[in-house]
Structure formats: C-alpha cells, structure tokens
Design a protein around this ligand. Structure first.
Ligand SMILES: Nc1ncnc2c1ncn2[C@@H]1O[C@H](COP(=O)(O)OP(=O)(O)O)[C@@H](O)[C@H]1O
Ligand SMILES: [Mg+2]
Length: 173
C-alpha cells in the first residue's frame, strides 16, 4: 500500500478561531461548493485554538469538495466545529447517497476511488489521502462514515490547546 511520509510536512501552529478555518476552507473549495447551502454551526465566538491553519484548511477544503461532488446539486452541506477536551473537531456532512459500504475501509488510500466515483466524477483519488497526511502531521486524524439518516459524514480531529482569548504578546508570535 502506498504510504504518505508525514515527517516532511512543516507544522506551524497559530492561535486561530475554528470559524476562520471553516471560512478559509469554503473560499479554497471555491467553485466546487458554489450554489450549495452551507449550514455552518459551532465555533463559540471567542474560542481560539492553537493549530496549523494552513494544513487544516486544505484538509477541510477537500472534505467540502467531496461533499459537493458526491451529493446532488443544490442539497445543503453541514459544517460543524467544536473544541472539547483538548481537541478541535470539524465535521462535514452531506445529503448524498453516502459511501458505498465496501469502500469505507479504503477511502483514505492513495489513488483509491469508490464505486460511486469511478464512472461519474472526475478525480484522482488523492483528496482524502492528502487530508489524512495533513492531519497526521499534526497528530490528528480524519474519519469517514455514513450517517444513520443518510449522507456521508467526514470528521477531522486534531489535538489543540484552546482558550477563550489570546494574549496580545502571543498574537504577534
Ligand atoms: N462525501 C462523500 N460521499 C460519498 N463518497 C465519498 C465522499 N467523499 C469521498 N467519497 C469516496 O471516497 C473516495 C476517495 O475520495 P478522494 O480521496 O477525495 O478521491 P476522489 O474524490 O478524487 O475520488 C471517492 O472516490 C468516493 O468514492
Ligand atoms: Mg475528492
């Protein structure tokens, strides 16, 4: 199996608000999510986490692109962020047909594309492998499953210090 070497990725944590990461990911996903209602929840106003915003944004953008590619045009996509027990989680949920069950164990392999993708949607099969590598570099993970009510749910989780405000001296670090 192909393996991503994560040790070469430079991790540069900064104090950021989870909503900033979600907003940057939406901008990065760009055209792919245009016209999709995005239901964004969480990210209590003054909460900051210490995480690499660049790497995390790229990973969330991949999940958003997939949610848009693999669910019907016009259907909403939910994005929820939360900070709990030293961990930031960001969840992306769509209203599509979900992940074919036989593909669930293999989604994160490099170049792997599911049965729902091979014929219909252009792609490389690298999006989730990259997302996994970007999270692994920060000691985090990405998981995908089908929601009981239908649709796919992908969650990124990364260890992150958190606080409600940043001290001025750290802002300029
Ligand atoms: N939101 C989703 N709903 C259903 N299947 C998905 C979703 N996201 C990813 N997948 C499945 O996971 C596979 C791997 O995703 P990815 O690594 O981004 O590659 P690609 O999108 O280029 O095929 C996809 O081919 C698809 O089968
Ligand atoms: Mg993809």
């Amino acid at each position: 199996m192909a393996r991503i070497e994560t040790h070469a990725i430079a991790v540069e944590p900064e104090w950021v608000q989870p909503t900033e990461i979600v907003e940057a990911a939406v901008r990065k996903a760009g055209q792919a999510v245009r016209g999709r209602p995005l239901l964004i929840e969480g990210g209590a106003d003054r909460m900051f986490v210490r995480i690499d915003p660049r790497l995390t944004t790229v990973a969330v953008a991949q999940l958003l692109e997939n949610a848009a590619h693999y669910s019907p045009p016009g259907t909403p996509i939910n994005v929820r962020s939360s900070v709990l027990s030293g961990e930031l989680t960001i969840t992306v949920q769509d209203r599509g047909p979900g992940i074919p069950p036989q593909d669930v164990p293999r989604l994160f392999e490099s170049f792997y594309r599911g049965a729902n993708a091979r014929q219909h949607v252009a792609g490389t099969g690298m999006g989730l492998a990259i997302a996994r590598g970007l999270l692994a570099a920060q000691g985090g993970r990405v998981e995908g499953r089908n929601a009981p009510e239908g649709g796919a749910v992908f969650t990124i989780a990364a260890p992150a210090e958190s606080r409600t405000e940043i001290a001025l001296d750290e802002e300029t670090e």
